[in-house]
Design a binder for this molecule. Structure first.
Ligand code: ASP
Ligand code: MG
Length: 454
């Protein structure tokens, strides 16, 4: 049995956290273990600002700060021969790091990917040596060492799964089969030209899912600092409860729409191969966490969780009988896609088409839309400060009358529903309300559909 275990920034953020994580790995019952880790907490943000520096003195200071952080951590963990061995590998990685910061080509569109992905190379090296110091046969590996291939735009890459699987069969699988515990860098893969490409912030979860896919692992465990997926954001709803079990679809919707537990693309690589995924709290390893898998049966709960995406905006474009002119709709979408704007929801009526996008994208989008021939468009309206509420549950759309019940709860909060999307996904009902009403709506929904049903 192969288990891929991923640990986030806080789980590897201090000598104490690193020891705790190493104990979790050692005590885990799986015969074959593969570890994936993020950079130590705070390091990726630090590297993002370092990548923007132009002044050589500033860069040198940043290199020193980065060095101190990792060396101080290592010196609290290792002594003697282990420390000497560690320093040898560390210096090799550190020399490369230094030359990227001092001499890297800032004009390269992938320069920021290169700089911001450096933290993982050092956190994984330290964690691997903690395991070695406990007598485990472990090796620190980079994404290039084990064959993670990536493609896409800067800071927003995707893994090339088939190629990754082929390379891993040669570069990684034999080690795992021999019982070695590799500790692999999360967050990035390598493009065809051997440059690193990151998978978006929080992308180590996705890396771990890609590795699980490539190895045909039996289980993926994402170890984080929360208890698992919750029925609502506990900062908004203190009574929120942990969800024990959910389907891939439910988890994917929730991860996409706001629950910040997993990188939104983590589900796909494991769903494809039916690999179960557990989300667990590394500060409470005995807690069961949330298990995500193919639910063979439907559970009784109607609504599992309510997530919310805030700071959105609706752009409504009016144009006579637009629904009869699909080419016009296509042109509008094409204009929006020139900026790679994410469209969270879309709806049409006879003479309007409305898009839900992030507040930050409004200015750019309006500039593009204004380049469409004025004769084709009657008006464009912008409604700011709305939020998308995403009610997730396997049985939500197949149970008669549920949407009615949900909207009567919304009415209780005296909120006006601005936009609805139902049926686009099998497991979620999404609707838009003004930002000022979000908390009230979620409180009422959670009480009626989750707390009162317990
Ligand atoms: N270290 C990266 C970040 O902070 C990746 C991750 O943590 O998953 O975004
Ligand atoms: Mg994360």
């Amino acid at each position: 049995m192969i288990t891929v275990m991923k640990f986030g920034g806080t789980s590897v953020g201090s000598p104490e956290a690193l020891k705790r994580v190493a104990n979790i790995i050692v005590e885990h019952e799986s015969q074959k273990k593969v570890v994936v880790a993020s950079a130590m907490s705070g390091i990726t943000n630090f590297l993002v600002s370092t990548s923007e520096m132009t002044n050589a003195k500033e860069k040198k200071a940043a290199i020193d700060t980065f060095n101190d952080k990792h060396i101080n951590t290592a010196k609290k963990l290792f002594t003697g021969k282990i420390l000497d061995e560690f320093m040898k590998e560390y210096d090799e990685r550190f020399d490369k790091f230094k030359s990227i910061i001092l001499d890297g080509n800032k004009k390269d569109p992938y320069y920021k990917d290169n700089v911001s992905s450096q933290g993982e190379r050092f956190s994984t090296l330290i964690l691997s040596y903690v395991l070695k110091s406990m007598g485990v046969d472990s090796v620190a590996m980079t994404s290039e060492d084990c064959g993670i291939c990536a493609e896409g735009k800067p800071l927003n890459g995707c893994a090339v799964l088939d190629k990754t699987e082929t390379l891993m069969a040669v570069k990684l699988k034999p080690l795992v089969d021999a019982g070695t515990v590799p500790v692999i860098t999360g967050f990035y893969g390598m493009m065809d030209d051997d440059k690193p490409l990151t998978f978006g912030r929080g992308g180590s979860d996705y890396s771990a899912a890609v590795i699980a896919n490539g190895l045909n692992a039996d289980m993926l465990e994402i170890w984080t600092d929360v208890d698992g997926f919750m029925s609502a954001d506990p900062r908004m709803i203190p009574e929120a409860v942990r969800i024990d079990e959910m389907s891939y679809d439910e988890a994917a919707e929730l991860a996409y729409f706001g629950a910040k537990v997993l990188h939104p693309r983590t589900i796909e690589p494991v769903r494809m191969k039916h690999i179960p995924l557990k989300v667990k709290n590394s500060f409470k390893p005995e807690d069961p966490g949330t298990l995500i898998h193919h639910l063979g049966r439907h559970t009784n709960e109607l609504l599992k969780s309510v997530a919310v995406k805030t700071d959105l905006c609706i752009i409504t474009i009016s144009s006579a009988e637009i629904t009869y002119r699909p080419k016009m709709v296509a042109r509008i979408i094409e204009k929006m896609s020139e900026n790679d704007v994410i469209i969270y929801s879309m709806s049409t009526s006879l003479s309007t088409v409305a898009f839900l996008i992030h507040n930050n994208d409004v200015k750019q989008t309006m500039m593009k839309l204004n380049t469409i021939d004025a004769a084709d468009i009657e008006k464009i309206e912008v409604k700011n400060d709305v939020a998308l509420i995403c009610a997730v549950g396997d049985n939500l759309l197949t149970t008669c009358g549920v949407s009615g019940d949900i909207f009567s709860a919304v009415k209780e909060a005296r909120a006006n529903v601005e936009m609805i999307s139902e049926g686009a996904s099998d497991v979620s009902l999404n609707f838009v309300v003004p930002m000022s009403k979000v908390t009230d709506v979620i409180k009422i929904l959670h009480k009626k559909f989750v707390s009162d049903k317990q």
